[in-house]
Design a protein around this ligand. Structure first.
Ligand code: CA
Ligand code: CA
Ligand code: CA
Length: 330
């Protein structure tokens, strides 16, 4: 009975140690999947090629096993109160036509606008017809819709930065994947660097080609779901703003996007040095004192990060560790 109690006490102490050491858990933390769902996907909407960044930041959306992207899309828009229009039904013929959007002033990157403006002449000369042109026309109805600004514009989606051949109603979502709807204004996804234009459009140097925002989208969704990490990072912080700048910049390289994301992960998950038993990211006399007090039995297991306490690595936490820490900092 007694040993059972002791075991229980040790177990509780271990559990408390875990609770008391938040810096050890990988941040941002993915929240538990809500009851009745099977997992998360990341879901977002971008209008990068219009120069408007993301019109819906990537979010963690709980999904059911076997749910289609059409179903998820309709559900997300309904739940978030964002306008959304589509042809067909969620079950059949789903075709997204419009998404709530406050922007109306196009800021299309110059390289892309040059391509769009030159396209009709190029295609007319090549084939005697063309698939569309820039008109700049739109309905001021707080929705970004197919056919606006450019006669070939429309909504498309990517799964983990890959354009699928299935429609959204036939695409069963993969738990953990990143889905991004985007507004294409040229070459049916060619502006996103996703296709070669099937020979119907001239090739051009597209800075978005070969650049994936999947991991950055995931990070942004996780940050949005983890208030504590977001608070630590700060919405006005340079790190966060650099990250958004890279994500929304069509000219950003993969390295620029990845580095900006990694800087945030590094900030949220600092490397804890051996001896830093109070986890304040410096090893100093306070840590030595804490180890000393622990060695004297004056400190509870839950009040010290034990895995950083055995400074000499001999398997014991005692005064010699405290002295070594003290010597190292002096
Ligand atoms: Ca509109
Ligand atoms: Ca410390
Ligand atoms: Ca030791």
């Amino acid at each position: 009975m007694k040993s059972c109690k002791r075991f229980l006490a040790a177990l509780i102490a271990a559990a408390m140690l875990l609770l008391c050491v938040p810096a050890l858990a990988e941040a941002p933390q993915v929240p538990e999947v809500p009851e009745g769902y099977d997992g998360y996907v990341v879901f977002g909407v971008s209008a990068l090629t219009m120069g408007w960044g993301y019109i819906m930041y990537p979010e963690l959306v709980p999904v059911h096993e076997g749910e289609t992207l059409a179903a998820v899309t309709a559900r997300v828009f309904e739940e978030t109160g964002r306008a959304c229009s589509y042809y067909g039904t969620v079950e059949e013929g789903f075709y997204l036509t419009g998404v709530g959007c406050e922007y109306t002033d196009p800021n299309v990157p110059e390289y892309l606008m040059n391509e769009i403006l030159a396209y009709p002449d190029w295609a007319d000369e090549q084939f005697g017809y063309n698939f569309g042109e820039w008109t700049g026309e739109f309905d001021d109805d707080r929705s970004l819709s197919a056919g606006e600004y450019c006669t070939m514009s429309g909504w498309m989606f990517v799964e983990d930065n890959i354009a699928l051949s299935t429609g959204a109603d036939a695409t069963v979502v993969n738990i953990g994947s990143v889905y991004q709807w985007f507004f294409s204004i040229y070459g049916w996804g060619m502006d996103y660097g996703l296709s070669d234009g099937w020979g119907s459009f001239p090739l051009f140097d597209n800075p978005m080609e070969g650049v994936s925002r999947v991991e950055a989208d995931r990070l942004l969704a996780e940050l949005n779901a983890d208030e504590e990490s977001m608070d630590r990072l700060g919405r006005d912080s340079e790190l966060f703003n650099n990250f958004l700048d890279a994500l929304f910049d069509v000219n950003a390289t993969q390295a620029e996007i990845d580095d900006a994301a990694q800087a945030i992960r590094d900030f949220l998950n600092p490397v804890i040095e051996m001896g830093d038993v109070n986890l304040d990211l410096v090893v100093n006399s306070e840590d030595a004192l804490l180890v000393m007090r622990y060695g004297m039995g004056l400190v509870e297991d839950s009040d010290i990060a034990l895995m950083y306490a055995d400074y000499n690595g001999d398997g014991e936490i005692d005064l010699s560790d405290a002295l070594l820490i003290l010597r190292a900092v002096m």
